[in-house]
Design a protein around this ligand. Structure first.
Ligand SMILES: O=C(O)CCC(=O)C(=O)O
Ligand SMILES: [Fe+2]
Length: 350
């Protein structure tokens, strides 16, 4: 047995290398995103008209521009900076430190090496703060009342969430502050820089609030319009992570055929996105930090226990979504419109 071991290891290494090459080749063929601003279909800032609902159904997302009030968005950005400067560790071997007043420190951040995720306790499976390269996700702060009130519990955001999805489960938290930093990257943008994926656990309706203006090529949240209608059919059930054979191939095809839209919008805008929408962090060639707060909504229905999530490897404490106990099956030959069977898709008239 012992003399076979090195051979097995070599085979494994070869296989891993082949898989890595394949993934790199797939990425080379990913389509490049285009910056996208919401067309002027809204009639009011906080309302929801038929055109907006239709836009959501067709594209899998909707931007409500400047839905959050300026003063709370400013306060949120101040808190975000406080978190960043006080809590996200810089590489101790470098003298780089982030400084809000000095934009030159925003480019190419040098964070400390991240610890492995805890295997137990309140942050089981995911670091309370994730920091690597140009990405920082401050998850733990997402449970503060301030941020829950800012997004999922904000009257106008919640009203739109409920109008689209139906009666909502009470929210406990947001996913936290997601920042994308400027880097040294120059040259032509390429689709390989995107990381198209869908999120797991239970995906019905999600939100993303911009805490600062997001200009083109400054990391705007990037969506694959219409992808929700394709990925929906590649799941066994409506909302829970339940990919069918072929899901991976469908995802690759989406990344290579649909032109992704990088969402450009002013501070305080809220993006509502269908949970099956393929998405990615955005391409960044600019000077700004892309500051976003992500949230989850789901219908008020019975959900599984934490242990049931652990049993299927889907315990994710930083998300405010839980596997639905009685998730509706998606027949393989489901009609296109069947994906909206349990949605309210109502209007808000003001
Ligand atoms: O930060 C972003 O724009 C995307 C983040 C994301 O998709 C995720 O964390 O699942
Ligand atoms: Fe995601």
């Amino acid at each position: 047995m012992a003399e076979n071991a090195p051979e097995t290891t070599n085979k494994e290494l070869e296989l891993r290398e082949a898989r890595r090459r394949e993934a790199a080749e797939r990425r080379e063929r990913q389509r490049l995103s285009i910056p996208f601003s919401m067309p002027p279909i809204a009639t009011t800032r906080t309302g929801l008209n038929q055109q907006e609902v239709d836009f959501f159904k067709t594209n899998g997302f909707l931007i409500k521009e400047a839905l959050l009030e300026d003063n709370i968005v400013h306060a949120a950005l101040d808190r975000a900076w406080q978190q960043l400067t006080d809590r996200v560790p810089a590489d101790p071997s470098s003298d780089w430190r982030i400084d809000r007043a000095d934009r030159s420190t925003w480019r190419n951040p040098r964070w400390a090496k991240m610890q492995d995720p805890p295997t137990e306790g309140p942050f089981e499976g995911r670091q309370p703060i994730a920091h690597h390269g140009a990405t920082v996700k401050i998850h733990d702060v997402g449970a503060e009342t301030f941020f829950v009130d800012l997004l999922p519990n904000h009257t106008s955001v919640r009203a739109i969430g409920a109008a689209l999805l139906g009666d909502l489960r009470e929210n406990q938290r947001t996913r936290g502050l997601y920042a994308l930093f400027p880097s040294d990257k120059t040259g032509k943008a390429h689709g390989r820089e995107l990381g198209p994926h869908t999120d797991r656990v239970c995906q019905q309706l999600n939100t993303c609030a911009y805490l600062d203006d997001v200009k083109p090529r400054n990391g705007g949240f990037t969506v694959y319009p219409g992808s929700h209608r394709r990925t929906f059919k590649f799941h066994e059930t409506e909302s829970n992570w339940s990919p069918r054979t072929g899901f991976g191939t469908a995802l690759t095809e989406i990344a290579q055929t649909i032109e992704p839209w990088e969402l450009v919008a002013p501070a305080g805008s809220v993006i509502f996105w269908h949970g099956r929408t393929v998405h990615s962090g955005g391409i960044h060639r600019g000077d700004d930090i892309r500051w976003a707060l992500f949230g989850d909504y789901q219908r008020n229905e019975p959900v599984l226990s934490d242990d049931a999530h652990r049993a299927v490897g889907q315990y994710e404490w930083f998300k405010d979504t839980r596997l639905v106990e009685n998730d509706a099956p998606v027949p393989e030959d489901a009609a296109d419109d069947a994906m909206w069977n349990h949605w309210r898709l109502g209007l808000i008239d003001h």
